[in-house]
Design a protein around this ligand. Structure first.
Ligand SMILES: [Zn+2]
Ligand SMILES: [Zn+2]
Length: 265
């Protein structure tokens, strides 16, 4: 099996604690073939270029060093997770001029820099926030900035902490529109394993949405742990492969210099 983890936050993310080398050592020890360091470019109104928060050149230099060290043992991708490019498209366009191997498109905050992870969700407001989050994701999907959409239903991870369960059937029209846009534009989606270590206890998105993606003609599918701490790197990736298989795929998508390629399980 060709195992990869395409969503790891190293110390080059403002909230990441993973050293490049320790993640590489772990990946080799666990039989992984590739890992991607997808550090955060997470703009907000006062700092739309993430000055002093994200340094793509320093990240690249560290990855170059690691590539030398782990040559022939592990493929290491230079990647970025673009936050809310629907709100800061020009800043995001500048950052993707770096020679990334892989770019994730994500929505962590919405209008007025409202952070979706920090809202006090209740049974009366969560559906409308979920719908708003999908509308923002749809705007990201329309932009030609990313390769795969990260954690399609991100707020559900935080809603679960308030005992609230998100059912895809309540948002089917917009989910379909997002997936059709992704497919039409030659982009893909990520299966984010972080939900498997959170109370929500399912991948983001879940198998129901993965099956829908497949039935609509979706092909590009990647997998990532979204680890910010060493103990979470690579965690549940192997379970995610099983879920992807169950959804009808018999391969995983890899990226190199932003070109997708498919490898059979
Ligand atoms: Zn994210
Ligand atoms: Zn992330």
């Amino acid at each position: 099996m060709y195992y990869v983890d395409y969503h790891i936050h190293s110390v080059f993310s403002n909230d990441g604690f993973i050293e490049i080398d320790e993640a590489c050592d772990k990946a080799i020890a666990e039989g992984f073939a590739e890992i991607a360091f997808s550090d955060h470019f997470d703009p907000w109104a006062e700092n739309p270029d993430c000055i002093d928060v994200y340094d793509p050149k320093a990240q690249r230099a560290a990855i170059e060093t690691a590539r030398e060290k782990y040559k022939g043992k592990l493929k290491i991708l230079y990647a970025v997770e673009l936050g809310q490019s629907q709100l800061y498209p020009e800043n995001a366009s500048k950052i993707v001029q770096n020679d990334y191997d892989y770019v994730l498109g994500a929505v962590h905050s919405i209008e007025n820099d409202l952070d979706l992870a920090r809202i006090k969700y209740t049974s009366s407001n969560f559906k409308s926030y979920m719908m708003t989050s999908y509308k923002h994701i749809l705007e990201v999907a329309k932009l030609d900035l990313f390769d795969c959409l990260a954690h399609l239903d991100y707020p559900k991870r935080y809603m679960a902490l308030h005992g609230l369960r998100v059912k895809p059937c309540d948002y089917m029209d917009i989910i379909e529109e997002i997936l059709k846009t992704v497919i039409a534009n030659g982009k893909g989606i990520e299966v984010n394993c972080s939900g498997l270590r959170h109370r929500v206890n399912e991948t983001l998105p879940n198998i129901e949405i993965l099956k829908l993606y497949k039935s609509l003609g979706g092909e590009i599918i990647t997998v990532g742990s979204d680890a910010h701490r060493f103990e979470h790197a690579l965690l549940y990736i192997k379970d995610a492969y099983e879920i992807i298989k169950e959804a009808g795929f018999d391969y995983i998508t890899l990226f190199d210099k932003r070109i997708p390629k498919f490898v059979k399980f």
